[in-house]
Design a protein around this ligand. Sequence first.
Ligand code: ATP
Ligand code: MG
Length: 460
Amino acid sequence: MPRRRAGKSAVAAAKPALVRVAREDHPISRSQLTKGTLNTLYGLKDAGYQAYVVGGGVRDLLAGKAPKDFDIATDARPEQVRKIFRSCRTIGRRFVICHVRWGREVSEVTTFRGALTAANARDDTGRILDDNDYGTLESDAFRRDFTVNALYYDIRDFAIVDYVGGLADMRAQVIRLIGDPETRYREDPVRMLRAVRIANKLRFEIESATAAAIAPLAHLLREIPPARLFDEVIKLLQSVDGVANLQGLHDYGLLKHLLPGVDAAFRDAQALAFINRALANTAERIGNEQSVNPAFLYAALLWPAVQKTFAQLVADELHPNVAIHQAADVVLAKVQPHVVIPKRFSVQMREIWMLQLRLEQMPRTARARRVLSHPRFRAAYDFLLLRVAIGELPQALGNAWTRAHHQHVATVDVSGDGVETDDAADDFPAESVDEVTSAPRKRRRRGGRNRRRSAPPAAE
Ligand code: ATP
Ligand code: MG
C-alpha cells in the first residue's frame, strides 16, 4: 500500500535515530573553541551540569568555516548558571539567555527548551507567543530550526550528538527544517530568512520541502516586530554573502515583504547595479577586516527609491534642497512599518543623501569645497564613488573629488591638528561603531572645528 508506506517514512524522517559520533570519528577538536567557550563549558560541567556547544559553531566547524560564535546549551537553569559565573548577566523576558563574560568575550548560554505543545500560546498566524518551558537535550534539539543547527558537541567526551539527522544533512549539504516546514515557519517566520542566509553561507541547497514552503508564507514576515527585522537585514546584507543573500531574498519572494522599496530595484537594472555594488563593496571591506556601518548600507539600499521620489518632487518644481529632505521623509516613512531603522542611523543616512547634491557639483569653488569639512564627508564621498562606479555619474567628477579630498587631508596633516584615516566608518559617531562588524580600528586623532581648509581648488 504505497500511501501507508509514505506515511510511515514521513514519520521516520521526522524522528531519525539518535546518533552519537565519538571524538575519533569527527573532525572537531577542543583547540578550535575559544577560551571563553571552554571556560564556560568546564564551569558548567564541574558544577555537575551537562554542557554542549550547539548551533552555528558546530555546523561551521564541520563545514570547514570559521564560526561567528559558539552557543552553549545546558540543563542548568538560568539562576543556577548565575551561581556558577559571577560575570553572568541574564537577558530576554520570553526566554532567558545567560551572557557569561570572559574579558572581551561573551558566551551565550541557554537552558534546554521543552517541547512545544498545543498549550503554548500562539497568535492567529501560528506564531509562538509563550515559550518558557525548560526541557531535555532531546526536546531542545527538536526546538531548533534546521537539522544542521541541532548538532551538539559534548564537553564530557567530545562526542557529537545528533537527534535530527543533521550529520547526514551536513554530508548531503542541505538546509532542512526540523519537522513540518509550514508549522515551523509559522512558529517563527524569521526562519525563512535564516534558511536563505545559512544556505548561502555554507553554499548548501535548501531542501525542497523547506524551500517550497517559503514563498507561500513569505507574507508572515509582516507579523515580525520591525526592530527584529532591522537586525536580520543587517545579518543578511552586511555580510560577505550580501549579494547572494539579496538575490535569495528576492527569488523566494521575501524581499517584497521586508523592504518593498529595495525589491523594486529588481525591475531597474541601474538601481540593482548600484545596490549590488554597495553590497560587494561592503563584503570586500568585511573581507579586509575594515569596519562597516549599517547607516551606509541602508543609505545605499534605499538610494534608488530616494532618487525616484526626489526626481518626482523636483519635476513638481520643488527646490532640490527641499526635495531631497522630503524624499528622505517619504522613503523612510515607507520602510518603518517593515524594518525600524534606529534614529542614530537614519540621521546619518539623510546626511549621506543630502550631501550627494553637493558632491554632484565639481569642487571648483571654495563654496563647493566646504563639504570636505563636513563630518559625514567621507561616507558621502565613498557613496559618490559607488555612483560613479556604476556609470551613474561621470568618472571625472569622482576623480575631481578624490583629488580635492587628498589635498584636503594633506593640508590637515601638514597643519598637524588632525589626521584623517582611510576608514569610512570614522565618519560615524562612536556609538554606531559598536554595531559594525568588528574589526581592528585604526588609531586616529580628530581635528578640531578649526581645521584648516584645503588649499587651491583641485585641477580637473
Ligand atoms: P550564526 O551564528 O552563524 O549566525 P547560528 O545558527 O549560530 O548562525 P544564532 O542566531 O547564533 O545562529 O543561533 C544559534 C542557534 O540557535 C541556531 O543554530 C539554532 O540552533 C538556534 N536558533 C536560532 N534562531 C532560531 C529560530 N528562529 N528558531 C529555532 N532555533 C533557532
Ligand atoms: Mg551562532
